[in-house]
Design a protein around this ligand. Structure first.
Ligand SMILES: [Fe+2]
Ligand SMILES: [Fe+2]
Length: 287
């Protein structure tokens, strides 16, 4: 696939901000998602994959950074690296809270680390960046769902919500950065889509495995069948809602910004950080 297939893209003219955050998870309940064990463990499973996973995202972009000619994209890469570094640290704190609940997370973290190190030895730079683009698409569509569905995110304990909504906002803000780097340097849509098919299977099976491992190791949580039924109903709703956005990735001319998140991110910047909506810089189309 040649660069002529690369879609026009829109990018915020203002730079993406890196925000240092601190969190206190003291007194947070074990089942922090509406007292639901399965959904709480699902989010915990995601959190356990984040520190090593997000370091890999940064690694895959840094691999090729010296080939980026677009100055604006270089600035966004710096912000992307800064945001992901903050997320890794914050989720390490969250994972320490999980460990404090008596859950043995170290074997899971070690396994995540080993899988990623193995992938680095087997995949070339283009494939590694395509993995990042695929996982950034997953995080972007899940994040936008969280931001746009108060009926869902209000079920989170407020201490945990602060972490997840900050992370969701910033994932949405930088959703196009790794993708734009991939398009500027490789623009190979066949590889991008092939890697997405592989990542879909590995990511969903890994998160499901970790969720059920955590649940089955909890003698109290695993017996809460009514809560499990509620969880499956909610997950079905989420998957159904996300399917079209997920499938858009397989278009040859897909770009993350075709899922407009300008308004919702502006609203959340104001809500979380008091950044006024009227200072929002209008999107600028570039080709
Ligand atoms: Fe992140
Ligand atoms: Fe990200």
């Amino acid at each position: 696939m040649t660069s002529t297939t690369v879609p026009s893209r829109t990018r915020r003219a203002s730079s993406i901000q890196v925000r240092r955050q601190s969190f206190d998870f003291a007194t947070t309940p074990k089942y922090y998602f509406n007292n639901n064990p399965l959904l709480s463990y699902l989010l915990t499973a995601l959190s356990l994959t984040f520190p090593h996973g997000e370091r890999f995202f940064v690694h895959s972009v840094r691999n090729v950074r010296n080939q980026i000619k677009d100055d604006n994209l270089q600035k966004e890469v710096s912000a992307f690296i800064g945001q992901e570094a903050m997320h890794s640290h914050a989720h390490e704190d969250f994972n320490s809270f999980v460990e404090g609940l008596g859950i043995d997370i170290q074997p899971i973290l070690q396994s995540e680390y080993e899988k990623i190190e193995y992938a680095k030895t087997k995949l070339n730079q283009k494939q590694q960046l395509a993995v990042t683009c695929a996982l950034e698409h997953f995080t972007a569509i899940i994040a936008q769902y969280l931001l746009e569905h108060p009926d869902f995110h209000r079920q989170l304990n407020p201490r945990v919500a602060k972490l997840w909504m900050w992370h969701a906002l910033e994932e949405t803000e930088h959703k196009a950065v790794a993708f734009d780097v991939y398009q500027e340097i490789f623009a190979d849509q066949a590889t991008r889509k092939r890697i997405m098919r592989i990542i879909t299977t590995t990511f969903l099976s890994r998160i499901s495995y970790l969720t059920f491992k955590l649940l089955l190791n909890d003698p109290v949580g695993r017996k809460q069948w009514r809560q499990h039924i509620t969880a499956f109903k909610q997950l079905k709703e989420v998957f159904t809602a996300l399917a079209p956005a997920y499938l858009d990735y397989y278009q040859d001319n897909f770009h993350p910004n075709q899922h407009d998140s300008t308004q919702i991110t502006a609203q959340w910047r104001e809500q979380l950080f008091g950044e006024p909506i009227n200072k929002e810089v209008a999107s600028t189309a570039i080709h």
